[in-house]
Write a protein that binds this ligand. Structure first.
Ligand SMILES: [Zn+2]
Length: 309
């Protein structure tokens, strides 16, 4: 059996109980993406799966035989699984596409996960802070990060209780190998609830504004296995560098240039080893607790650990 056919079979299996679709149709869609548009298979699979999710226009009675299982956020470690979640809406973000009705972050006691709700699914609107039982959501994976999709088969029930949301706390030990642009002395939009970082004095949302100074570092920390993106807010940056926001502003004023601050910080931290602990948000770890290390604690030990993983 060809590779494409096998992928088509797997996608078809998910939907065959729900909608009338031929496996040849699934295969055809995959082939078009992979052969004609040179889309990598995992992306083609996502795209085709999403197509059928959106297309699925099911009778509610069908859901009972959907066979989704109750799960916690931390259990999500595979795409294309049909699950039930009880979760709180922590944040809603602005959808970037007309096909998306709502997008944001869900949380339960075990962690947080991104969710997407299709416009076509015509589901009730989720409110920030609301706790919901979500039956029949499907998991997705993109570049190693998981999310759930609310689709037309999803049943949403609002609960009257509150739900404690746990952090996905990470601990990283490794060398700070790079500092990204947008670090150092930056300016943020002063509009209510905006705080976007200005680019050349402009906010993406509010145009030209009088920005407010802030300090932050976006760093890359390499633990020998993976590179992690870590964000230090003002307090964490001040603690890490010993440079206060006021001192940074003075430095920039003297030099008539804000980039001197980033340069100084970079010299100070790149190449240093740290142990960093903090909550994970999407691809970022927020540095809550930082300790400087002398170097790789024991290179030999690290290597053994790396090999055994
Ligand atoms: Zn703004």
């Amino acid at each position: 059996m060809s590779d494409v056919r096998q992928h088509a079979d797997e996608i078809h299996d998910q939907f065959s109980d729900h909608i009338d679709v031929a496996v040849e149709d699934v295969e055809e869609r995959l082939r078009t993406l992979v052969d004609e548009y040179k889309v990598p298979m995992d992306e083609a699979r996502r795209s085709v799966t999403n197509h059928y999710l959106e297309a699925a226009d099911l009778e509610r009675e069908d859901i009972s035989r959907g066979g989704s299982e109750a799960a916690n956020v931390e259990d999500v470690d595979e795409p294309e699984q049909w699950i039930d979640l009880t979760a709180k809406v922590i944040e809603l973000w602005d959808p970037r596409s007309d096909s998306v009705a709502q997008v944001g972050l869900l949380g339960d006691p075990t962690g947080t996960i991104k969710f997407t709700k299709w416009a076509k699914s015509e589901l009730p609107t989720l409110e920030e802070g609301g706790v919901y039982e979500l039956q029949n959501v499907v998991t997705d994976e993109y570049q190693g990060r998981y999310s759930v999709k609310l689709n037309s088969t999803t049943v949403i029930e609002e609960l009257e209780e509150d739900l404690e949301v746990g952090n996905d706390t990470s601990e990283i030990e490794g060398a700070l190998v790079d500092m990204q642009s947008g670090s150092g002395l930056i300016k943020r939009c002063p509009e209510d609830d905006c705080t976007r970082v200005l680019q050349n004095g402009r906010c993406n949302e509010h145009g030209e504004v009088e920005g407010e100074f802030d300090l932050r570092i976006k760093a890359v920390v390499d633990d020998g296995l993976d590179a992690h993106e870590v964000i230090f807010d003002k307090e964490a940056t001040e603690d890490l560098t010993g440079l206060s926001l006021e001192e940074a502003k003075d430095m920039a004023m003297d030099a008539l240039d804000t980039t001197v601050v980033a340069d100084e910080i970079m010299d100070d931290i790149v190449g240093t080893y740290y142990r960093i602990e903090g909550p994970t948000f999407g691809r970022y770890v927020l540095a809550d607790d930082v300790a400087e290390l002398d170097g790789p604690a024991d290179p030999e030990q690290l290597l053994i650990k790396a090999r055994s993983m």
